[in-house]
Design a binder for this molecule. Structure first.
Ligand code: MG
Length: 455
């Protein structure tokens, strides 16, 4: 099976692919028409991130929605969480964000949201996909065709005001924090500097905040891709550094020494901030650090774990009425009191609020977190051999507590191993965590060794 066959994906949260080769305007138009037929004749909000194919696909999507008899509100370049808040606040029937998130610039995608500005649940997704595959679309006649309205200024204010309600903004402003920002020239390029400067009174040093320019680095914000931010932090003597992904839902954080924190630690700090304010439990995916369990326990709260994927975490959060949730490894903080979605703006506000309320540096806050050693990686396996490999792992750790909800999670006294097969490549993703560094190394090796012994 060639890798190219997987370059178009129609699934969990929408439709994604390499533009031109696989994701074409006609496909986007048809999918949008299916979406419009599904949500009904009413208002649908359409926005995008900054990649070059955005305007082209926005036209295609708008065309499909109008053909289905919808009214379109064009919110222009806008972070995904901001679009989600706007959909829920305005009574629109749904929203479409044109963004391939952290994927490379040649990709784009349609992220689909219901009238609450949330991902469709699995039943709704199946229904929508059926409708698309059967080309069972509404075809508006002349008298039913709606218009397109551009609303560019309302959504950011609406979103940011909700965020500000959950922190002590006056206290943050009083600190006048020196903050570095890497906006990856993405959808947050204009909104994020305004938020940090005007709402939170930061002395801001920003790079890559030109939405007309291409992404200057790998789009996923993680320690390996944030050298420029680390340098900016040290050069400007900033107290903290923030980096977003192209659609502004993910957040990475650097401390005052330019050290980029593990995303699990960022989530842990946000969980600490949220549980100190609000009652409720915590929902995270199976790969997220046990630090979250320690923090929740300190506040007398439980942690519920789900399969990997934002939609899975969000669905569980809704079911249990969680106070906060997220996916450590993916840099996602989900705080439902603002909106049930990954939101880098809430993350930034929470971390500045923690610094302001404790008077501690970012490195000190990170140092005080429960200490675990994590190791992430992936190994290739031969197609058809995955079952064997997983069985060998189960045998190797026979007697340990096994969770088969998403791949295999093995809980051991010294830590845990979580392995999942990629759904696009013959690749086994490995995540390991332990209280001691040597244990983390040993657990990681036990998986890679098993794979190499087989060859
Ligand atoms: Mg994203």
């Amino acid at each position: 099976m060639s890798k190219r066959e997987h370059l178009l994906k129609i699934g969990v949260s929408g439709i994604r692919g390499v533009v031109g080769e696989f994701l074409t305007p006609s496909l986007a138009c048809a999918f949008a028409q299916a979406f419009g037929s599904y949500v009904g004749r009413g208002t649908v909000v359409v926005g995008r991130d900054t990649r070059a194919s955005g305007p082209m696909l926005q036209h295609a999507v708008t065309c499909g929605l109008l053909a289905a008899g919808c009214e379109v509100i064009d919110v222009g370049v806008l972070p995904t969480p901001t679009l989600q808040v706007y959909v829920s606040a305005t009574g629109a029937l749904g929203g479409i964000s044109l963004t391939a998130s952290h994927n490379p610039p040649e990709y784009n995608a349609l992220k689909l949201f219901n009238g609450q500005g949330q991902f469709f649940n699995q039943y709704e997704r199946e229904e929508l996909l059926d409708l698309y595959h059967q080309s069972d679309f509404q075809q508006a006649i002349n008298s039913q065709i709606g218009g397109v309205r551009q609303v560019l200024d309302q959504a950011p204010r609406l979103h940011l005001d909700r965020v500000l309600r959950h922190v002590d903004a006056a206290r943050i402003r009083g600190c006048g924090f020196r903050v570095a920002l890497d906006g990856v020239n993405g959808a947050g390029s204009v909104m994020t500097p305004r938020f940090l400067r005007e709402d939170l009174g930061c002395a801001l040093h920003a790079i890559s905040v030109d939405p007309t320019q291409p992404f200057p680095r790998e789009a996923e914000p993680k320690p390996e891709t944030l050298g420029a931010l680390a340098q900016l932090v040290t050069e400007t003597k900033s107290q903290v550094g923030f980096a977003q992904d192209p659609d502004g839902d993910r957040l990475a954080v650097a401390d005052e020494n330019g050290h980029v924190l593990d995303n699990d630690d960022v989530l842990a700090l946000a969980v600490e901030a949220a549980l100190a304010r609000l009652p409720g439990d915590v929902v995270v995916n199976l790969t997220t650090s046990s630090a979250i369990d320690d923090i929740a326990a300190k506040h007398g709260r439980k942690v519920i774990r789900t399969k990997v994927g934002e939609a899975n975490v969000v669905e569980a959060m809704q079911q249990v009425g969680a106070a906060i949730g997220g996916e450590g490894s993916n840099g996602g903080i989900i705080f439902p009191a603002v909106h049930l979605c990954r939101d880098s703006f809430t993350g930034m506000a929470f971390l500045l609020d923690l610094m302001a309320s404790t008077g501690k540096t970012m490195s000190a806050l990170a140092r005080e977190l429960p200490r675990y050693y994590r190791r992430f990686g992936a190994v290739m396996f031969e197609h058809g051999k995955l079952g064997d490999l997983m069985l060998q792992l189960e045998e190797r750790f026979a007697g340990a507590e096994m969770d088969r909800m998403d791949g295999l999670k093995i809980r051991l006294p010294e830590g845990w191993i979580h392995v999942r097969a990629s759904n696009t490549e013959p690749l086994l993703r490995i995540a390991v965590e332990a209280s001691a560094e040597s244990d983390a190394e040993a657990l990681y090796r036990s998986v890679t060794l098993l794979n190499s012994n087989r060859e």
